[in-house]
Design a protein around this ligand. Structure first.
Ligand SMILES: [Zn+2]
Length: 290
């Protein structure tokens, strides 16, 4: 390519970059960027517990209050999926809160607190561990009776996080099928509702497994990280469908102010990533013309 043509091309790209933000804002006014937060267990005092998988009770409560103060409207994951699939409206600044594994603390601490604010959340339960008592290695898990009470309240939506919390990527096809189908069967039998959403333990995921999950009846399957980049700092766009929903790992290391900043940053990253994709596409088109 001749130097002046290169310069012209660069100028075009620069102009496109500047315009793309405006273009995105104008053309996709109804697009919403939606963060999905992932919590696990809640403890009274973090001392002696892994701050990555546990959050102190008071810190958790301050997170929830801060989310509401920042103007977010919590939506159920199933409602978010319904809105994306059927092009239904969502409230301003929607946010989704989820808990993994099915700890008893979700029932004793999160559920009554969230109910006070009419704040919906989704719990991804490991069906084999339901009702498990605390021992040296594991925390107590809620029972099916407690799960049913939460699910029927309309505040907590219970969905699947496998039957035995194994790394799906390491299992045979038959075992992966068992994990999908056994957990779905037990949730539906014990809670008397349909289970259509699945969250992968350890973010372990590949296309063949996704297809098995789909055939087992899951309409939506969530990973932890962004599938392409492995990055754990993105929100989701209502324009991107439901195939690559990603969640933000929330640890006790974030206080309420840092949480809001973390969420804001994830939203910003998501918007930038969309602009980057648009520019790459434009560049590809331009190089074809060249
Ligand atoms: Zn898990």
């Amino acid at each position: 390519m001749k130097p002046y043509r290169k310069l012209a091309l660069l100028l075009i790209v620069a102009l496109l970059y500047l315009n793309s933000g405006i273009f995105v804002a104008r053309a996709e006014e109804d697009e919403k960027i939606v963060p999905i937060l992932m919590y696990h267990n809640i403890v009274d005092d973090i001392a002696g517990h892994d701050p990555g998988a546990n959050i102190e009770k008071e810190n958790f409560k301050s997170h929830i209050r801060a989310i509401l103060r920042a103007g977010y409207t919590p939506v159920k994951l199933s409602d978010y999926c319904d809105a994306v699939k059927n092009d239904k409206p969502l409230p301003q600044k929607p946010i989704v809160v989820t808990f993994d594994d099915g700890y008893a603390s979700n029932y004793w601490i999160a559920y009554p607190f969230l109910r006070e604010f009419d704040f919906p959340a989704t719990v991804f339960v490991v069906t084999e561990s339901v009702g498990m008592k605390a021992n040296g290695q594991y925390y107590e898990h809620f029972t099916w009776k407690q799960a049913k009470e939460m699910d029927e309240s309309g505040i907590i939506d219970i969905q699947s996080h496998t039957h035995s919390h194994k790394n799906m990527g390491t299992l045979s096809r038959g075992m992966r099928n068992m994990e999908f189908r056994m957990s779905k069967y037990l949730i539906e039998k014990n809670l008397g509702k349909e289970c259509k959403i699945f969250a992968y333990p350890y973010g372990s995921y590949d296309q063949e497994t996704y297809n098995l999950g789909y055939l087992a009846g899951y309409e939506v399957q969530l990973k932890v990280y962004d599938v392409d980049s492995g990055e754990d700092y993105l929100a989701n766009s209502t324009k991107d469908g439901l195939e690559n929903l990603t969640r933000l790992t929330i640890s006790n290391d974030l206080d309420s102010e840092e949480l809001i900043e973390f969420i804001r940053q994830a939203e910003e990253n998501t918007k930038n990533k969309k602009i980057e994709k648009k520019i790459t596409k434009t560049l590809d088109n331009l190089s074809e013309i060249e």
